[in-house]
Design a protein around this ligand. Structure first.
Ligand code: NAD
Length: 503
């Protein structure tokens, strides 16, 4: 592999090779565990983006001509290569993002599962056929690639989300341009190299590093047919609006505030363990992290808070590659400052601070971006620690008197990504899953990220657009339907007809 964290200056990946940035503009890439700058990533100009789009456009023609199985075989080889390089990928990912090594492997693995699913694209791309839709007439449809598609991805899953965006696009015969997060760009560059090794033709999968300038260049270019975005809600909404105004397809996924409802009949130990992992794993930097717990009834709340506080205070925050760390640092010094500010605001707003993760020091890593596990109890609906996404290791508890009050909280919240209910009662679970106004639901499962052959997507301010990521939806997003009405006149059996046929 050509790109690793040890390189001081990273590159783009254009037309099958690492290419130096020409803009002279760079962003620092940090090693959050130590606080040091680990590398510099180039920020592409609009011209560099336009060049890559032209290369993609040419490369796509041959790629779309390949039969489905040949494209699928290249994806299969990519999956094998990624497994062979798993430790290297996970180490780079863990170093730049700050999540633990095992969690970083999960990031890669969940991305590869979607690539494996995409190897079944021949099945998903089948059209429909109706015989004899008129006398001597057949009607059939085919799904065809769009051309060049682009993905803009967030820092928190630098392997999984680029692979979710790229897999269906590539399998369907499109060329794909990735604009990854500038916070952790090494893994996307490594993935590009692995695609090349797997036999992907040059120019079909490219990585353009950059910021708003690169994104705007993708959004403004007429040859980019579709844009997938994952990141914060304000940017998701703005990209959705611009892409639509420019005549492009767009699917844009935003922020979250995922609730866990804990019913009085739940197994509280199981629920508390699940909450700890889902609230503090990856330092809370997951769009499906559980950031709000809603215990139902006074007794449930008192018992749950006691268990959570006991478990959370024993968690070890430390360097991401230290196998004894339960979770690592947050991604940047700004993220740490923002999260600590949100905690201070929660105190000012009057929530009860049960556990305070501010000011945590990790020996030997004093400049790392660490925030410890934090728990607020007795928060209310009007507090910003409840209304806003914090995206850090902060769990906010809002007590509910009964099921209806608990159900209303996630349903009325502006975000609608994921939600979970903990109960032993099937009827309660069924009622909840049917009525809750949220896109992905877990029943005694804290982080209900659907498997590759279902679709992933939140509701309300968590998702803009009608088609979700992966599963069958993704193939609709990256293809368009052509419908053919076909008649083969029999020159031998009939003379030419000059009247409108009556069927
Ligand atoms: P972000 O919005 O800051 O950045 C996402 C991407 O947008 C990056 O590639 C970035 O370079 C680009 N970008 C940033 N500002 C831009 C601008 N003004 N114009 C154009 N592009 C811009 O998000 P992040 O901090 O990288 O990721 C965390 C956020 O992503 C959280 O809100 C999290 O909930 C969300 N997220 C959502 C999902 C989901 O599926 N709903 C999944 C993962 C993360």
């Amino acid at each position: 592999m050509t790109q690793t964290l040890t390189q001081q200056t990273l590159s783009h990946y254009i037309n099958g090779q690492a290419v130096e940035g020409k803009s002279g503009r760079f962003a620092d890439v940090y090693h959050p565990a130590t606080g040091e700058v680990a590398a510099q990533v180039p920020l592409a100009t609009a011209e560099e983006v336009h060049e890559a789009i032209e290369i993609a456009k040419q490369a796509q023609i041959g790629w779309a001509q390949l039969n489905h199985q040949r494209r699928a075989r290249i994806l299969g080889r990519f999956v094998d290569l990624a497994h062979e390089n798993m430790d290297e990928l996970a180490t780079a990912l863990s170093n730049e993002h700050g999540k633990t090594f095992d969690d970083a492997k999960g990031d890669v693995q969940r991305g590869l599962e979607v690539i494996e699913f995409c190897m079944a694209a021949p099945h998903l791309l089948k059209g429909e056929f109706s015989d004899q839709t008129g006398t001597g007439i057949d009607t059939y449809s085919m799904r065809q690639p769009l051309g060049v598609t682009a993905g803009i991805s967030p820092f928190n899953f630098p392997a999984m989300i680029p692979l979710w965006q790229a897999g269906p696009s590539l399998a369907a015969g499109n060329a794909f341009i990735l604009k990854p997060s500038e916070r952790d760009p090494s893994v996307p560059l490594m993935l590009a190299d692995l695609f090349k090794q797997a036999g992907m033709p040059d120019g079909v999968f490219q990585v353009l590093n950059g910021d708003k300038t690169a994104v705007d260049a993708l959004l403004d270019h007429p040859d980019v047919e579709a844009v997938g975005f994952v990141g914060s809600t304000p940017i998701a909404q703005s990209i959705y609006t611009t892409a639509a105004a420019n005549g492009k397809r767009a699917q844009c996924f935003g922020g979250a505030k995922n609730h866990a409802i804990i019913m009085p009949d739940a197994d509280l130990d199981q629920a508390a363990d699940a909450l700890i992992g889902a609230a503090f794993g990856a330092a809370g930097e997951r769009c499906m992290a559980l950031s709000v717990a809603v215990p139902v009834g006074q007794e449930t709340a008192d018992a749950l808070v006691a268990k959570l506080a006991e478990k959370a205070k024993n968690l070890k925050v430390g360097p991401s590659l230290d196998p004894t760390s339960d979770f690592g640092p947050v991604v940047t010094a700004e993220a740490k400052a923002r999260i600590e500010q949100a905690i201070a605001t929660g105190v000012e707003e009057g929530a009860e601070l049960v556990l305070d993760g501010r000011g945590v020091k990790v020996e030997g890593h004093e400049n790392g971006f660490y925030v410890g596990a934090t728990i607020f109890d007795r928060a209310t609906k009007d507090m910003t620690i409840y209304t806003d996404e914090i995206f850090g290791p902060v769990l906010t508890i809002v007590r509910a008197a009964d099921f209806e009050e608990a159900l209303a909280l996630p349903s009325d919240h502006k975000y609608g990504n994921g939600v979970a209910i903990f109960t032993r009662d099937g009827d309660t679970a069924r009622e909840f899953t049917r009525r809750v106004n949220v896109g992905m639901v877990g029943v005694n499962v804290p982080i209900p990220v659907p498997i590759a052959y279902y679709t992933f997507g939140g509701w309300k301010a968590s998702g803009f657009g009608d088609l979700n990521q992966h599963g069958a939806d993704a193939f609709k997003f990256v293809t368009r339907t052509k419908t053919v009405t076909s008649r083969w006149p029999s020159g031998v059996k009939e003379d030419a007809s000059f009247i409108m046929p009556i069927q």
